[in-house]
Write a protein that binds this ligand. Structure first.
Ligand SMILES: Cc1cc2nc3c(=O)[nH]c(=O)nc-3n(C[C@H](O)[C@H](O)[C@H](O)COP(=O)(O)OP(=O)(O)OC[C@H]3O[C@@H](n4cnc5c(N)ncnc54)[C@H](O)[C@@H]3O)c2cc1C
Length: 420
């Protein structure tokens, strides 16, 4: 059985791995000249089953309205005439009630837990080295409201059986001594000791080496132009290098999935832009020790070997890939407000990328209306966390073997009953 996968980011490569292990002959096509040049390149690097919740939540409308008055705030929405944008916002609103939020969060947590277990197994099995760090994630808090919210999250995590610890400011400094020189006042933190961080781009490069060695054919500079279907089946993919025929096809095209699939399925996957900078650490002891996510500024700081990755912002502005100099300056300021003078920010690599976001937060894994076409996309802010589990689940669906978790909440067909 020959499967052709479109896209060589986290979803494409992990899907290729598990499908190949299950006996498929695998071809991957990728329009770029290398793996991981989409969202999988410069993300925040955090793998978290505990800080895993949809953005559509009670209070979302208030946050969205406030964002219009804070153009340099973490969230920026540029309203447009795009039907995709309006449909996405409408569905996000529909999903922001307390009961829906709770259900969506449960679905995301289940996949994240499964995925992180698979990630640990895979990295051990292949002995992959990609600057992984298992020092936990620390959610830092700057207001009393955030502290109260963290207390509720702490109780929720303990209820789920996950280790988590509330820290007062002095305990936070023991864990992150570098913050002693911070200009910020922390009210405390929530530390999740069992979480990890790692460089997903390095992971993709390492995994692609194993794929190629195992016989997977990765074709770079090959653009999918159209899906040629007949009746209930895909006949071929029209690409910039000609037609590609296979028995089955998997779309792992991240934020570009909605436009590419629009003739087949109206998917509300919106490209939500984020920024990062990656810099060499110059003072290791005073730099970040765990991985930090700041609840107030919505910025994350992770450490990959001798490099630091600072990530922030969510912009709804279509596929505008321009790097805004003000946003990059903000990233530098946010780093130095925490760990001043500990990294060579002047020569940092700057990046922006598009999170493939669904309105409810859960990704899209499984079949489409065409019998031999499958999807694995829509992982939004948590694609690194969910990659291995999603790919494994997709493989179970495609091979008709029992799924490790209920696949229904992740079905790409969940929107077919809705008006487009
Ligand atoms: C700023 C930011 C921070 C993030 N932080 C985290 C984090 O801390 N933790 C976490 O778990 N997740 C995080 N994420 C999310 C995670 O990075 C994504 O969910 C994940 O990378 C998506 O992987 P993907 O393979 O679906 O998409 P991508 O990596 O974007 O891959 C899609 C691929 O499809 C290719 N493609 C598209 N169209 C075509 C075509 N027509 N023909 C051929 N190829 C095509 C693209 O070139 C691309 O290589 C973050 C994302 C961003 C943007």
């Amino acid at each position: 059985m020959h499967v052709c996968i479109v896209g060589a980011g986290l979803m494409g490569l992990t899907s290729a791995w598990y499908l190949h292990q299950a006996g498929f002959q695998v071809t991957i096509i990728e329009r770029e000249a290398a793996v991981a040049l989409g969202a999988s390149h410069g993300n925040g690097g955090q793998l978290s089953k505990g800080l895993c919740a949809p953005w559509a939540a009670p209070g979302t409308i208030g946050t969205a309205v406030k964002s219009f008055f804070r153009p340099q705030g973490p969230l920026r929405i540029r309203l447009s005439t795009s039907a995709l944008q309006w449909r996405w916002l409408w569905l996000a609103l529909k999903n922001s009630g307390a009961a829906t939020f709770s259900r969506n969060r449960t679905d995301m947590e289940a996949l994240a837990r499964y995925s992180i277990a698979e990630w640990h197994a895979l990295r051990q099995h292949l002995r992959l080295q990609f600057d992984q760090r298992d020092e936990g994630i620390t959610l830092t808090l700057q207001t009393n409201d955030e502290w109260e919210k963290a207390k509720r999250l702490h109780a929720h995590l303990l209820n789920r059986g996950q280790r988590a610890e509330l820290l007062d400011p002095a305990q936070l400094l023991q864990l992150e001594p570098g913050l002693a020189r911070s200009s910020l006042n922390f009210t405390g933190a929530l530390h999740l000791p069992d979480e990890s961080s790692a460089d997903s781009s390095r992971f993709c490069h390492e995994l692609s080496g194993h794929l190629i060695a195992g016989g997977v054919d990765i074709r770079f500079n090959t653009v999918l132009q159209a899906i040629d279907s007949h009746g209930k089946n895909v006949r071929a993919l029209q690409t910039s290098s000609g037609l590609i025929h296979a028995d089955a096809y998997v779309m792992t095209t991240g934020a570009w999935s909605s436009p590419l699939l629009k003739q087949i399925l109206k998917l509300p996957v919106y490209p939500v832009k984020g920024y990062s900078l990656t810099a060499t650490i110059t003072d290791s002891d005073s730099s970040v020790q765990t991985a930090i996510l700041d609840d107030h500024d919505k910025v994350s700081v992770a450490r990959f070997g001798n490099r630091i990755r600072v990530t922030a912002f969510a912009e709804f502005d279509g596929f505008n890939a321009k790097q805004d100099a003000k946003r990059l300056a903000q990233l530098r300021v946010m780093h130095d407000a925490r760990f001043p003078g500990t990294a060579d920010l002047a020569s940092a690599e700057t990046w922006c990328g598009f999170r493939p976001m669904t309105p409810e937060g859960s990704p899209l894994i499984g079949p489409t209306p065409l019998e031999n076409l499958y999807i694995n996309t829509g992982h939004g802010t948590l694609g690194w966390t969910m990659a291995c589990g999603s790919a494994r689940l997709l493989t179970q669906i495609m091979t008709g073997t029992p799924t490790a978790l209920d696949a229904a909440p992740y079905s790409p067909l969940r929107y077919t009953a809705l008006p487009s």
